[in-house]
Design a protein around this ligand. Structure first.
Ligand SMILES: Nc1ncnc2c1ncn2[C@@H]1O[C@H](COP(=O)(O)OP(=O)(O)O)[C@@H](O)[C@H]1O
Ligand SMILES: [Mg+2]
Length: 362
């Protein structure tokens, strides 16, 4: 087990700057998830930690040792990829032991490690099968087993569940969470799926275009996002953003009026507002934070497009005006939403204020 530190890490491919100065501390035993949209640089960052990509500049340490120029095999890491990349002609047992045989480990030790990993992953009955006789989930478990037998200081996972169907993904997500509880090892896990990030991580690192937007515990990011990018990325359905304008500022408060319904004003707490009267801003409201009419600090009338009843909850797709679409969650109501107009309450305490650049105003 080891900690991992990144200091001012950069990566360029030719003239393209892909990773633009990442500082990050990953503690021993921590489960850290890199999340962000496709192409933001998650895999590149992980591959630099693994040693599969050169680091253009900055410093990487694992367990206190600088690893920038250390061979991947000497970094104490094991990586699990999206594609399982099992050897088709080898059995599960042979696949799992391959790297150890290659490293010249004694036969008994290999057997012991492979058996331990097989027990942890419940692969026992499958040990003599070839990969083609396994389901996708079983293959991915073998790929994870192959990492476990190496007893690495740090596990690196790159979208390991992306090739699995939805049901299996949920199942394997739980398996990986259990694995972390059992092994207590340091894990760095890449995904574009914010639900995976929320459910697995001790700490989430939100990346956008090679820059870390925010680092924090899942619920801290959910409750206290720094900007509209993080606010919109974490949470499903995503946070609504209503265009607004600053109407007045008083000590501790900013009062805004909605751009598309100017008679609706909301007085939001802000200790050190970085906006001025007349500024364009946006109000972030999570779907579940709309109240019933009259139950919030202001009422908003919306036109209903569609209501989806999922049994445990309902989502109302509506708009304030053309172009400003919102999603409202109604946990209490199954049927009474198929009206044309709906009045919902806005609560100042559970709304977020962002400036025109998308930065949170606090
Ligand atoms: N070998 C490479 N040469 C040039 N560009 C690359 C190379 N590898 C990745 N990139 C680019 O770097 C960016 C980040 O890629 P990647 O790290 O794979 O993103 P993610 O894993 O977040 O989807 C993308 O724009 C991708 O096209
Ligand atoms: Mg990737």
């Amino acid at each position: 087990m080891a900690d991992v530190r990144l200091t001012e890490i950069r990566k360029s491919f030719g003239a393209l700057d892909i990773i633009k100065g990442v500082d990050l501390s990953i503690e021993t035993g921590e489960f850290v998830v890199f999340v962000g949209p496709s192409g933001c640089g998650k895999s590149t960052l992980l591959r630099m930690i693994a040693g599969l990509e050169d680091i253009t500049s900055g410093e990487l340490t694992i367990g206190g040792s600088v690893m920038n120029d250390v061979d991947p095999s000497k970094r104490g890491i094991a990586m699990v990829f999206q594609s399982y990349a099992l050897y088709p002609h080898m059995t599960v047992r042979e696949n799992m032991g391959f790297a150890l045989r290659f490293a010249g480990m004694a036969k008994e030790e290999i057997e012991r490690r492979v058996t331990d990993a097989a027990n942890i992953l419940e692969l026992g009955p499958l040990m003599d099968r070839k990969p083609k006789a396994l389901s996708g989930g079983q293959r991915q478990r073998v790929a994870i087993g192959r990492a476990i037998v190496r007893n690495p200081d740090v596990f690196l996972f790159d979208e390991p569940l992306s090739n699995l169907d939805a049901e299996l993904r949920v199942h394997m997500r739980v398996e990986i969470a259990k694995l972390h509880k059992t092994l207590k090892s340091t894990i760095i896990y890449v995904t574009h799926d914010q639900v995976e990030a929320m459910t697995l991580a001790d700490k989430i690192v939100v990346l956008r275009a090679g820059v870390v937007e925010q680092v924090g515990a899942p619920l801290d990011l959910y409750d206290d996002p720094n900007n509209t990018f993080v606010a919109g990325f974490i949470g499903s359905p995503r946070m609504n953003f209503l265009k607004a304008q600053v109407a007045s500022i008083a000590p501790g408060f900013v009062t805004v009026s909605l751009a598309n319904q100017p008679d609706v004003q909301l007085r939001l707490p802000a200790a050190a507002p970085s906006v001025k009267v007349g500024d364009e801003v946006s109000i972030g409201v999570r779907p579940e934070h709309f109240r019933a009419a009259g139950q919030g600090d202001a009422d908003l009338v919306v036109a209903v497009d569609v209501a989806e009843h999922l049994g445990n909850t309902s989502y109302v797709y509506a708009h304030v005006s053309a172009g400003e679409r919102i999603i409202i969650e109604r946990a209490e109501s199954r049927s009474a939403i198929n009206r044309e107009k709906l009045t919902v309450g806005l609560s100042a305490a559970s709304s977020f204020l962002f400036d025109s650049a998308g930065t949170r105003v606090r």
